[in-house]
Design a protein around this ligand. Structure first.
Ligand SMILES: *Cc1c(COP(=O)(O)O)cnc(C)c1O
Length: 361
């Protein structure tokens, strides 16, 4: 292994800002004179409580979370919420509607089917999940307890460019792979959740933003640890929270603030994605997997004419100092995940590499 940091295009866990890692490194054995690492601290200690409160306050401010919502810092990954969502919400009518637009919404849909009458409100499977359906294609039953969608399809590289209208049915959204990359009007949602390891922190932390009035109506058999109401009452500390991840999240949020907050990051990330899509669109060899208008700013999926040429591209990209550009097996080809922490320079270098490969092959 070399001493240089490389441009890591992993879909997750993924790059963290170098400033964050450097600061965490400096504080790793003795956090601000406490004589111990954040990893070694009691979650009930004053020092950790302050880290927790500050991080939550920063997140609330940055994301403009209204007062009638609670922010939870949980464990279990985004996938645990695939079960928690029906368990906490479906009681209202026993029905829920899902937009199936990729890998993770499909998994969430399958899991929810254990708990009630679940309908597919819309699906993009007919075209290999290469697009995001239009509002007109979505059928929401008026008596659904909630409507579920995944804002950014990490595997297929598509992203919703609008917030679906549900006619009053609470909106539930998986934002694991684009949270904090664009401005969101939280008040339109009932529940937003995200695993932290794409855009925010190390794996192990799941953020759930829940409208308080929707919590507390869970199925009586809901496991204690999946009960949002319990976690609201205990401020995410019914048990030990993922302390280290919460601390890193705080550092990432400071860094985000320095980038101009979410509006600043929105411009930066869109510029990076646009640059990459332009190079792919203007190449001879490569095409995008996602259709125009549905393309993700976070996960750019593309391919050449043959799997052999894709393999050659991936192999040469590794030699050139890039990692994790191989696409997900479900899509093939390549995927460049360019989350918030991917420096502009990393995308510029990838663009030059693509152009050179395009010329030489
Ligand atoms: C990565 C990912 C998940 C799964 O997250 P885990 O934390 O591994 O459970 C779910 N949804 C989306 C959109 C993702 O990108």
């Amino acid at each position: 292994m070399g001493n240089e940091r490389i441009y890591n295009f992993s879909a997750g866990p993924s790059m963290l800002p170098l400033e964050v890692l450097t600061r965490a490194g400096a504080e790793i054995t003795n956090y601000q004179g406490s004589g111990m690492s954040v990893m070694e601290m009691s979650h009930r200690s004053k020092v950790f409580q302050k880290i927790f409160d500050d991080t939550k306050a920063k997140f609330k401010k940055l994301m403009n979370v209204p007062d009638d919502y609670e922010i939870l810092f949980l464990q279990g990954g985004a996938s645990t919420q695939f079960s928690a969502i029906p368990l906490n919400l479906i009681g209202a009518t026993g029905k829920a509607d899902y937009a199936v637009t990729g890998n993770f919404s499909s998994l969430a849909y399958k899991e929810a089917k254990k708990y009630g009458d679940i309908a597919v409100a819309v699906s993009s499977e007919d075209q290999d999940h290469s697009y995001i359906p239009t509002q007109e294609q979505i059928v929401v039953r008026p008596d659904a307890s909630y409507f579920y969608y995944c804002a950014n399809n990490t595997v297929y590289g598509t992203e919703w460019q609008y917030v679906p209208e549900t006619g009053g049915v609470p909106l539930v959204c998986d934002m694991s792979s684009n949270i904090c990359s664009r401005q969101v009007d939280i008040s339109k949602y009932g529940v937003i959740f995200a695993g932290a390891q794409k855009n925010l922190a190390p794996a192990g932390l799941t953020i759930v933003i829940v409208k308080k009035e929707l919590a507390g109506h869970q199925d009586p058999k809901t496991p204690l640890m999946l009960t949002w109401q319990t976690m609201i009452e205990k401020d995410s500390m019914y048990n030990t929270p993922p302390c280290w991840c919460i601390y890193i999240l705080g550092l990432v949020l400071d860094w985000l603030e320095e980038q101009g907050g979410i509006p600043g990051m929105e411009k930066i990330k869109h510029g990076k994605a646009q640059m990459l899509y332009d190079v792919i669109d203007n190449s001879r060899l490569f095409t995008c997997a996602a259709q125009p208008g549905s393309r993700s700013d976070m996960n750019v999926t593309f391919r050449s004419a043959t799997p052999e040429l894709d393999a050659k591209f991936v192999a040469e990209s590794v030699e050139a100092g890039f990692s994790n550009l191989k696409g997900h097996r479900k899509v093939g080809g390549m995927r460049a995940s360019i989350y918030n922490a991917m420096p502009v320079e990393g995308v510029e270098k990838l663009c030059s590499f693509i152009q050179a490969f395009d010329k030489n092959n």
